[in-house]
Design a protein around this ligand. Structure first.
Ligand code: GDP
Length: 176
């Protein structure tokens, strides 16, 4: 969604992925710099905004945090259509959530134009040393083969969360 003036732009972002992978926590970390150990499940979808200053201008990011439960799946197109970018999240400690993330990528490829930037984000990297189930190479090579931006992140420690959103801003800026 293009903003009207060249200086103050707006972009819609959507977070997708299984329930419990940390979508809400990633959004909360980015927007408020907070983390909650027992975060309540998102019902339907939640909405957060964050304005990022870039050079002389700014971009207002409208972040849609969708519910991961299968019963809300049919609502997802409302959120990813017209999005500048989609962040598909999995939990690196849970292989099943990686499989589900790949299905989300496939759906996005089929249902949206190529202009939607897709980020594959492996969350809960802080637990990797003891609980890792998805090798980092697996995420990275899938991303490379499918033209996605890839990062392992931790909403808990904040690792790479800011970078994911800044990468989106930088890559999308010229086309907004
Ligand atoms: P969502 O359903 O995908 O939105 O997931 P939530 O954001 O509600 O997170 C689910 C649970 O995982 C919560 O108890 C969070 O505190 C926890 N969590 C989220 N991100 C991380 C992380 O990076 N590291 C760890 N250790 N726990 C996390």
């Amino acid at each position: 969604q293009a903003g009207k003036s060249s200086r103050n732009k707006q972009a819609k972002l959507v977070l997708l992925g299984d329930q419990g992978v940390g979508k809400s926590s990633i959004a909360l970390r980015f927007v408020r710099g907070e983390f909650h150990e027992n975060h309540e499940a998102t019902i339907g979808a939640a909405f957060l905004t964050q304005t990022v200053n870039v050079g002389q201008g700014s971009i207002k990011l409208d972040i849609w945090d969708t519910a991961g439960q299968e019963r809300y799946h049919s609502l997802a197109p409302m959120y990813y259509r017209g999005a500048a970018a989609a962040v598909v999240v999995y939990d690196i400690n849970n292989a099943n959530t990686f499989t589900r993330a790949l299905a989300w990528v496939k759906e996005l490829r089929q249902q949206t134009t190529n202009s939607v930037l897709i980020v594959l984000a492996g969350n809960k990297a802080d637990l990797a040393s003891e609980h890792r189930a998805v090798p980092v190479e697996e995420g990275r090579s899938f991303a490379e083969e499918n033209g996605l931006v890839f990062a392992e992140v931790s909403a808990k420690t904040g690792m790479a969360v800011q970078e994911v959103f800044m990468t989106i801003v930088i890559l999308k800026l010229s086309s907004l």
